[in-house]
Ligand binder design. Structure first.
Ligand SMILES: N[C@@H](CCC[C@H](N)C(=O)O)C(=O)O
Length: 289
């Protein structure tokens, strides 16, 4: 195929994305949701949990509402696989930074500021390990989620995007034959709490500072990993473990195991959430989609 648009494919702990370079904002414009869904289709398209359009902040009016071009040259225009917008994607922003570095679009060895709909995130790359300052979490109380007849209390945590974090009861397992099941459809949640939908995390305790989770993402279904979700889980665990008492996060660190890999999350005493994990770009090509 010679005609079409350039694309790349990458993932962070197997949360996978189609990247669309559009540096001056003239190639794709506002992405049509149906087109995003076609690109993300795993049989008829390239396949992905979402799309990351790579655009200069200066070149995109919607980006300038969230980020100052003088602070962040690049903007991650993120869409879920159903074409819907989200404010933020934690795995996506690591893949985005990896791409900028590999293409020589940012200076190696320097922090990389990236504009998102949840503000500017600053990223540091150290070999395979990429750390993102995800900013301040908001802990907004307790709600409820359900899968069929199984119900759990859930912590409402906002990481720029909305999360409901449900800790499984003692003895319950995350396995598909457990109460969470195959997560083929959206869990039930309180629509008055989350009028724009929610990402739902189910969490199993593995030991001190160690949890495992599965997630059903708003707009993408069950994914193999969710960076903002892992941050929300670590924040909810720190609150539940009484580790937020000496300061917002008192430097609580959690290892979060996901089906697609492991992320390390620290909630610092000065109320920042730092997320560390890998990200790779695995393919490039041209698409007529
Ligand atoms: N997978 C992402 C989150 C993507 C956005 C989410 N589905 C939403 O709609 O808020 C991550 O790694 O954070």
């Amino acid at each position: 195929m010679s005609e079409g648009y350039p694309f790349l494919k990458g993932h962070g702990t197997e949360n996978d994305f189609v990247l669309l370079p559009d540096h001056d904002g003239t190639v794709h414009g506002d992405l049509d949701p149906a087109r995003v869904a076609r690109l993300c289709d795993r049989r008829a398209g390239i396949g992905g949990d979402g799309v990351l359009r790579v655009v200069r902040t200066e070149a995109y009016a919607a980006a300038r509402e969230h980020a100052d071009p003088a602070e962040a040259e690049w903007f991650m225009d993120y869409r879920n696989s159903d074409g819907s917008l989200s404010e933020m994607c934690g795995n996506g922003v690591r893949v985005f930074a990896r791409h900028l570095l590999e293409e020589g679009l940012v200076e190696p060895g320097r922090p990389i500021p990236v504009g998102t709909r949840a503000g500017v995130k600053v990223i540091e790359v150290d070999g395979d390990r990429i750390t993102v300052d995800m900013g301040r979490p908001q802990v907004l109380g307790t709600t409820e989620v359900a899968v069929g007849s199984a119900r759990w209390a859930a912590a409402h945590v906002d990481m720029g995007n909305p999360h409901a974090v449900a800790f499984l009861d003692e003895g319950q397992s995350l396995a598909v034959d457990g109460p969470v099941g195959p997560l083929a459809s959206e869990p039930d949640f309180d629509r008055s709490v989350y009028p724009h939908g929610v990402n739902v995390e189910f969490v199993e305790r593995r030991g001190a500072g160690h949890v495992a989770m599965r997630v059903h993402e708003r707009g993408s279904g069950e994914t193999r990993s969710c960076g903002t979700g892992a941050c929300a889980v670590a924040v909810a665990a720190a609150v539940a473990d009484g580790r937020a008492a000496g300061g917002p996060g008192a430097d609580a660190t959690y290892r979060v195991d996901l089906p697609g890999g492991t992320l390390e999350i620290t909630w610092t005493a000065d109320d920042r959430v730092l997320m560390s994990g890998p990200a790779v770009v695995v393919a490039r090509g041209t698409t007529a989609l």
